[in-house]
Each structure stands twice: as structure tokens, then as C-alpha cells.
Design a binder for this molecule. Sequence first.
Ligand SMILES: NC(=O)c1ccc[n+]([C@@H]2O[C@H](COP(=O)([O-])OP(=O)(O)OC[C@H]3O[C@@H](n4cnc5c(N)ncnc54)[C@H](OP(=O)(O)O)[C@@H]3O)[C@@H](O)[C@H]2O)c1
Length: 385
Amino acid sequence: MWEYYSDKTILITGASGFLGTAITHSQLIKRWGRSLPESDSSWLLNLESVTVIDGDIMKKDLGLPPKILSELRKEVNIIIHAASTINLTYSLEQVFEHIVLPSESLAQMALGFSDLDRFVYVSTAYANTHLYKCSSEPQTEINEEIYPLLGEGKLLHDTLLNAEEARDQIKKTGSSREFELHDFPWSYAYAKHLTERLILHLFKEKGWVSKVLVIRPSVIGPAMRHPYPGYTVPLSTPSTALATAIVACHAFSVVVPTRCTYPETQATIDEVPVDVVVDRMVAHMALNTTGCVHAVGGENNRLCLQDIWGAAMELRRIPWEPRIIWSSTTDWHSPELHPALRLYVILGTAFIFTEEKTKALWNRLSPDERQDISLFSIYLREIIL
Ligand SMILES: NC(=O)c1ccc[n+]([C@@H]2O[C@H](COP(=O)([O-])OP(=O)(O)OC[C@H]3O[C@@H](n4cnc5c(N)ncnc54)[C@H](OP(=O)(O)O)[C@@H]3O)[C@@H](O)[C@H]2O)c1
């Protein structure tokens, strides 16, 4: 599997971020050293083989000078697009400007790369959180596929084509019909949904759709093993930020929206170690998986809010414990929600992100390849409890 990378030039956006650092440092550079024959790895490990480019995804062609651009067009074989705001408070207009337009523009730029083999878009498993409100079941199952949205009250089957229309509506009016017809917990989730479709549409038109891999991590958490156990960037690790908010919360009670009958045990959060995200990405890229792939902790690794809550209470120094008021009538967007928990409105939900593509890929790996890769997380509850 690692041979696939031996002659490839990879352009990573967001390489300085939480996930980007793990991709660049631990999984590619170090792993090349462990997994390739010295003749192959020595030039890769030479720092001259890594070029830092100061680009801005909000600018056309990353704001790069023509000389660098023309080199990239000739040299790059794989683009991993991980640069993104992860600000859940951003409005639709803000995420449109920071996520949707720059990602579409990067995808357009990629179509001019003569030797492009793969385009990887880092999305989020929560891009389909609107499905929660489309059913009344306590658990919402989400598959590794593109879910069509409604437009003017009808289910739009050619959801890729429709993406362009939605993008134009937002440009013109600041919103889109499909966004208004669905209930996403944050505009960020819808922006990722729309971006997935816009990228796939562009590549489909060019006849390159099989080059696209959409990686959808759930909540990314500290590393199991690489770059080192516990590696994290606190502001990019949502459960660390949540635990901090709970530890410091001055309220006597907090409202959490839910429709679970027994939310203490039924409401769950899917967290995945950052190195599992990277390993899934690297393996699926090499073995030519196309379309959407979940990078998640999985059904048996989900945490209950009670688990995080209990762990946070042990660290808390404020002499009372806020009471959780589970509410079936409070909306995700209600001002009744405590500001600290407003970002985490999905705490009372339960999503099952299926991971069939990774299970199938695991069966294709040799015993040696399995030794060297963490495609599944260990039981996170055991660490926390
Ligand atoms: N963290 C999570 O729990 C989580 C969960 C699901 C999906 N994701 C997705 O995973 C990807 C990586 O997230 P992360 O957690 O690594 O976020 P992060 O730590 O905030 O890193 C974001 C990266 O994007 C770069 N960036 C932001 N705006 C940019 C711009 N205008 N031009 C160039 N680079 C820009 C940042 O560079 P500077 O620091 O130089 O600005 C940084 O390197 C994102 O697509 C995110 O949506 C994250």
C-alpha cells in the first residue's frame, strides 16, 4: 500500500492545523521512513522534499505567484484539502465565504493539474445532521453517501447539479431554498454538505469523479499513537473544549435538547482519534476508494454525554454541579440554551455513522499492512472512565 506514495507529490492545504500536522508529520513523513526501503525513503525524509507554501484559500489560485502555480500544475499528484474554518458560530454568509467558495475554487484549480491522481476533500460526518429532523427515531443512521436535499418542497435527485443552483442563490440572496427547508444545527454543517456536492459536480463534468475522495471525520479527538499518544490542539478538539466549558460553567442548570426517552444512555457523541482519521485517509487514497468515507469512532465507541460530564465534574473546582435538563421541546436554535452549550446542540442526539467502506478495505490489507495502520479506534470509553 505504501508503494503508492513513493513517487507522488502531495499538496496539503491546512498543513499547519490539527489534522494537517498529523497528516504531514506523523503519517506521511515518519511512516515513509518506517515503511519504504531506504532508497525510496531517504529522499522523502530529506527536508528538501518538503516545501512550505504560504497560500490563502480565500484568494484565487491560493494567491500564489504564477511561477509556483505552474510548478504545482505540473508536479502535484494528490491534493488533500484540509484547510477550513471550524467555527460553528459562523453564519451562512460567513461559511459560504470561508468554506464553500474557496473549496470550489481550489477544486477548479485542481482540474488544471495535468498529473492529478486524487483530490481529497476533508468534510465532516456531521454534514448530514439535518437527517435527524427528518425522522422521529432516537438514533439517526448516516451512510457514506450524498443525501439529496429538498428544493421547493421536492426531493432533488440530481443533487450534484442542484448544488450550483444553491450556490448561485446564496451568492444572490445570502441564503438558499434547500438551506431554509432543512434544519442544520450549524451553517458550517450545510456548508460542508454543499461543498462536497460542488466538488463532486466539477470533477464529474470533467470525467474525473473517480479521483475524488471525501473524508468525513466525526468529532476529532486526541491521537492514540501518532505523532504521539494524546497529541491534540485544544481549540480544534471539540470534546476538550466541551469538557472545559462544563468544568467552568457557572450555571445551576443547563438545557439540552433531545428526543431520546433515556438520554443519559441513548444520546451519544462519536469521537475519533486524529491518527485514525489520517490512517483511513491514507489507506483509502492508496487503495483507490472513491466517494464519501466516514472517519469515525464507530457504533461501539460512542460516548454518552454522561461519560464526558462525569469526567469533567471530577476536575471541577466550582462547588456545585449543574443539573442537565433534557428537553424535548427546546429547539437547537433556542435562546434558552446556555451559551457554553449552544455550540454543542447535538449533545442530545445519537448518530450512527456507518463505516462499510473501511471494513471492506480492512479485509483487503495484508497482515503486515494491518500491523502498521490504525483504521479503528480503541474503546474510548475505557480511557475516559
Ligand atoms: N476538528 C474537528 O473535530 C473536525 C471534525 C470534523 C471535520 N474537521 C475538518 O477537518 C479539517 C481540518 O480541521 P482541523 O481540526 O485541523 O482545524 P484547524 O486546527 O483549525 O486547522 C485549520 C487549518 O486551515 C488553515 N486555514 C484556515 N483558513 C485558511 C485560509 N484562508 N488559507 C489557508 N489556510 C487556512 C489553518 O491555517 P492557519 O492556522 O495558518 O490559519 C490551519 O492550518 C477541516 O476541514 C475541518 O472542517 C475537523
